[in-house]
Each structure stands twice: as structure tokens, then as C-alpha cells.
Design a protein around this ligand. Structure first.
Ligand SMILES: [Zn+2]
Length: 127
């Protein structure tokens, strides 16, 4: 069992989560706006179309990643608001260090468990 985060540390993580959430929501807005422009574009030239659809699939990929991150951020925020956020790994209850949480405030697992999960491919992309 690791040591749970104190109130001040949880507050810091909450701020980071809210900041990241705002950034991602901004990115997602930009992506959808670009898609509107893309579908309105007159793509008669084949070359243009290839270029446009390549961008489009990159956008879809980015969008998927961002949505997944947003889901994890919301998960962490829900835990904070319900007082269940401890900063401990959801698998083994050991500490996720503040250093790691500052880089990835929505991290659910300690490094060991994340590596384990990634190796086992039990979940596609552990955080
Ligand atoms: Zn763990």
C-alpha cells in the first residue's frame, strides 16, 4: 500500500486535469471545424483529394486519441469530486509518484502495472 496524496497534492492534480481537459476540448473543436471546411471543399482534383483524405485520417486518429484521453481525465476528475482520488495505482495500490502524475495527471496505474498491462496487451493503451 502506498501513501495517499494529501489535499494540496490532489488540488494540484485537479488543476492539471482541468487545464488538460480545456486544451483537449479546444483541439477537438478545431478538428471538427476543419472537417466542416473539408467537406465543403470542392475536391475535383485527384491530388487534392488524396492529400485531403490523408489529413482527414490523421485527424481521425488524433481525435480518437484525444477522446480517449478526455475519457480518462473525466474518470480522474470524477474520482476527485467524489473524494475517491488517492493517487494510488488502481491495480496494486502502490503510489503513482507526483512526478508521474504531473506529466500525466490522468494516470491510473503505477509504472510497473502499466508496463505489465502493455506487455500483456490486456488493454490497448494503458496510462
Ligand atoms: Zn500498480
Amino acid at each position: 500500500m502506498g501513501r495517499e496524496l494529501n489535499k494540496k497534492q490532489i488540488e494540484e492534480i485537479k488543476e492539471l486535469l482541468l487545464k488538460n481537459k480545456a486544451i483537449i476540448e479546444g483541439n477537438l473543436n478545431n478538428l471538427s471545424n476543419e472537417h466542416v471546411n473539408l467537406s465543403e471543399m470542392d475536391l475535383n482534383d485527384e491530388g487534392d483529394f488524396a492529400a485531403a483524405s490523408r489529413d482527414y485520417s490523421t485527424d481521425i486518429h488524433i481525435k480518437k486519441q484525444q477522446l480517449e484521453e478526455l475519457r480518462l481525465i473525466d474518470h480522474a476528475l470524477r474520482k476527485i469530486y467524489s473524494g475517491k482520488f488517492t493517487g494510488l495505482c488502481e491495480m496494486c495500490d502502490s503510489e503513482i509518484t507526483m512526478k508521474r502524475l504531473r506529466v500525466k495527471p490522468h494516470a491510473m496505474y503505477c509504472i510497473d502495472c502499466r508496463n505489465y498491462l502493455e506487455n500483456e496487451k490486456q488493454i490497448k493503451k494503458a496510462v
